[in-house]
Design a protein around this ligand. Structure first.
Ligand code: FES
Length: 85
């Protein structure tokens, strides 16, 4: 069954080297601490051509730009606040 929430993190070299390498670990830890791995899908994607606006993370079809380790947790909370997490 497909999880109802989906987080997709850009693993392209630009986003990865400018913050998503760390954000990836933060998201994994955040999901794990809350036992949300089954409920929220989390996967990587290749460069989607938004490098100049990156690092980017897509949550439930909304593309978040300029995502950094300092703001990723707030973005997760805001993006997923309506979904009982
Ligand atoms: S590397 Fe992420 S959009 Fe290009």
């Amino acid at each position: 069954m497909k999880p109802k929430n989906q987080i997709i993190i850009c693993m392209g070299s630009s986003c990865y080297s400018r913050g998503n390498r760390v954000s990836l670990e933060l998201v994994k830890a955040w999901l794990s601490e809350r036992n949300l791995e089954a409920e929220i899908g989390f996967k990587g994607q290749l460069c989607s051509g938004l490098c100049s606006k990156g690092p980017v993370i897509t949550i439930n079809d909304h593309v978040y730009q300029d995502v950094h380790p300092a703001n990723i947790i707030n973005i997760l909370k805001t993006a997923l606040s309506g979904s009982q997490v």
